[in-house]
Design a protein around this ligand. Structure first.
Ligand code: ADP
Ligand code: MG
Length: 337
């Protein structure tokens, strides 16, 4: 069978079955945003790895070495946030194409380290090779969280409300501008390019959000809202009903939709790499989670609810189901919006 037939998630499921029981002291192996490892004391260790490949995740003519480092770090740190965790440090393995200069390589490492520095953390090691092909960066993030307060994907319950931080689709909008070779795109839509090239994972918001004790399930949006909501729905055995008119769309994304004559809803619903947190929250705690986000200056929007059933439903203002061709980004199938 071709990998493209199995799909990225089919492949992950097949490894999960092959591995079976995770090793001793690994409380949670394959299947959530990070693995969870038992250590002495009240905390558990969180470990996640995330790769970025030239030609697949980025093209070197539209991103600088520093931004590549920043972005690779952000994508991996975001998985620590998705578990409600605090970042400890990063490791980075980089395969540099032979034509890269020492200055470019150093900039990339600085980008990685600075991205973690924003959260009082940094690089603690890695590995370096060269390659005949495009740049390859793999980042490992290590974090920690109280063992009795981990935000897993499987805790959403019917009756919970669904919230998301920030705005959705900005990064996908920037990609669409690049694909359309829209002139002066960066000057006209700087926030979209910041979301694409220098995203900020939601680690700074974690302490305030955790204090509420309100989050029942969480995932970071890396593959697109609908697809990632699907992971919570599957793990929690519920249906997640999302309200399209409530999806938080930035002014710049609306402008971008107008400029490219596209509906920004598709970017918000299925564009990847938002690195926002999608959370299920018990109804009685909704006000607390909004107050906690306000405390950090971050937008928090209720975009749906959890009900009995399976899958994800995206509905328009009249309650009709909106079809999304495919759920977002899936490696091997190479579907992107
Ligand atoms: P995320 O989008 O949060 O980074 P992924 O969709 O990449 O998560 O991965 C989902 C789960 O599958 C994670 O627990 C991850 O560790 C695991 N996983 C992905 N690829 C592999 C692999 N090649 N081998 C083992 N586990 C994997
Ligand atoms: Mg994730």
């Amino acid at each position: 069978m071709q990998l493209s037939e199995l799909g990225e998630f089919g492949f992950i499921e097949s490894i999960r079955r092959a591995v079976g029981q995770p090793p001793d002291r690994v409380l949670l192996g394959i299947g959530d945003d990070t693995a969870v490892i038992d250590i002495p004391g009240p905390m558990v260790l969180l470990v996640s790895t995330d790769a970025m490949v030239e030609g697949r995740h980025f093209r070197s003519d539209w991103i600088s070495p520093r931004e590549i480092g920043h972005r690779a770090a952000a994508a991996c740190m975001s998985d620590i946030a998705a578990m409600g965790g605090t970042l400890i440090c990063l490791f980075a393995t980089v395969s540099f194409p032979l034509q890269w200069t020492a200055e470019q390589a150093t900039e990339l490492a600085e980008g990685l380290n600075q991205a973690a520095g924003a959260f009082d953390s940094g690089l603690a090691g890695g590995d370096t090779t060269t390659t005949d092909n495009g740049l390859f960066v793999d980042v490992v993030a290590v974090g920690e969280v109280e063992s009795d307060g981990i935000w897993l994907r499987d805790g959403a319950r019917p009756g919970d409300l669904v919230f998301v931080t920030g705005t959705l689709g900005d990064s996908a909008g920037a990609l669409a501008l690049l694909a359309a070779q829209y002139p002066q795109a960066r000057d006209e839509f700087p926030a979209l390019f910041e979301a694409l090239l220098s995203p900020t994972p939601r680690l700074a918001e974690i302490p305030a959000l955790r204090r509420t004790g309100a989050v029942t399930a969480c995932i970071d949006i890396s593959d697109g809202l609908v697809q990632d909501a699907g992971h919570i729905a599957a793990a929690s055995e519920v249906v997640i009903e999302l309200s399209a008119p409530d999806l938080p769309v930035s002014e710049q994304l609306r402008g971008c939709g107008g400029a490219l004559q596209r509906d920004p809803l598709m970017w918000a619903a299925a564009g990847g790499e938002d690195f926002e947190l999608l959370m299920a929250v018990a109804q009685e705690n909704a006000a607390d989670i909004i107050a906690a986000a306000e405390e950090t200056g971050t937008r928090m929007t209720q975009i749906g609810r959890v009900c009995e059933g399976t899958g994800v439903e995206l509905r328009d203002e009249d309650g009709r189901t909106i079809q999304i061709d495919s759920g977002g980004w899936n490696h091997f199938r190479q579907i992107n919006h």
